[in-house]
Write a protein of this length. Structure first.
Length: 308
């Protein structure tokens, strides 16, 4: 009985020892996997964050730099292409200018060029009285046609043209010589030009006032002086001159331009009575004014040569 009890106690002690040993092993198994799991989680988190903050940022910046480089290269290429096109355009413009006939210019080129000097020599002469250069075959000029329309015979018209062309050529040769020899702006040039002008009679002097009136009308140039306004208490108002009147004659002088009327009022003796011939609403009138300023505003106009 005593021996049996001793065996039982021994078995119980062995069971307790085995149980304790197994319990410790289970505890280590559970503890070790837990700690490893926690370490793996920390390591994985660090690995997931570090590349994004470092490698990912560097990669994005590198991509932006490459894109900027590509854009800069594209802009440089386009600038080079534009420069090449501008050079081609300049070359074509130069070729076109060289092929264009002498004296012909585009509107833009002509506007950018300085105006020629008034005293430059000319090959085509045209004056305010209708003189121009004839055609190469000696055909009639504007001057001759206007003279014929004014009632001048063809022989006289041709002679007037010949004399005026001769003086015009003399002026051209004088200007050319003075420019070549360098005495264009000298008293000698002025004196020789004055001599040419002295020899050049006006068309009016050559054909007379009545024919000259028709001559101006044939050229569609002003041949009358119209009164636009009469100032209050002026000599013209006292004499009865009215706005709309047309001045034909001042004293003995036939009037064809405003300048001629002003010149006529300054001649003779100031204050003396002068007869003025006018046309009012198509009818002729005469009024008397004192020589001197009239106190009117006037302008050039056109009228029928048959009036007055």
């Amino acid at each position: 009985m005593t021996r049996t009890a001793g065996y039982g106690a021994l078995l119980v002690a062995l069971g307790v020892a085995v149980g304790i040993a197994l319990g410790r092993r289970d505890d280590r198994g559970r503890a070790e996997p837990g700690e490893g799991h926690r370490g793996d989680l920390v390591s994985a988190a660090a690995q997931s964050l570090a590349p994004r903050e470092t490698d990912g940022g560097d990669s994005h910046a590198a991509r932006l730099e490459r894109r900027l480089e590509m854009l800069a290269a594209k802009v440089a290429a386009e600038a080079e292409q534009r420069h090449h096109l501008e050079q081609q355009l300049a070359g074509l413009t130069a070729q076109l200018t060289a092929l264009r006939p002498s004296g012909q210019q585009t509107a833009d080129a002509a506007a950018s060029q300085p105006a020629p000097a008034a005293a430059a020599p000319a090959t085509d002469v045209k004056t305010g009285d209708g003189t121009d250069q004839g055609s190469a075959d000696g055909g009639s000029t504007t001057l001759e046609r206007a003279l014929l329309a004014a009632g001048i015979d063809a022989t006289t018209a041709t002679e007037i043209r010949r004399r005026r062309d001769e003086l015009a050529l003399s002026e051209i040769y004088l200007r050319d010589q003075a420019a070549r020899e360098g005495w264009h702006d000298t008293p000698r040039f002025a004196a020789e030009m004055a001599e040419i002008e002295r020899q050049r009679p006006s068309i009016r002097d050559e054909i007379g006032d009545e024919a000259y009136d028709r001559y101006l009308a044939a050229l569609d140039q002003p041949n009358r002086v119209a009164v636009n306004e009469v100032m209050l208490e002026s000599p013209a108002a006292a004499a009865g001159l009215q706005a709309g009147d047309v001045v034909l004659r001042y004293g003995e002088t036939r009037i064809f331009s405003p300048g001629e009327l002003v010149t006529a009022t300054r001649g003779g003796t100031a204050g003396e009575n002068v007869q003025m011939q006018i046309i009012r609403q198509g009818r002729p009138f005469e009024i008397t004014v004192p020589r001197g300023p009239l106190g009117v505003t006037i302008a050039a106009s056109r009228g029928d040569p048959g009036e007055g």
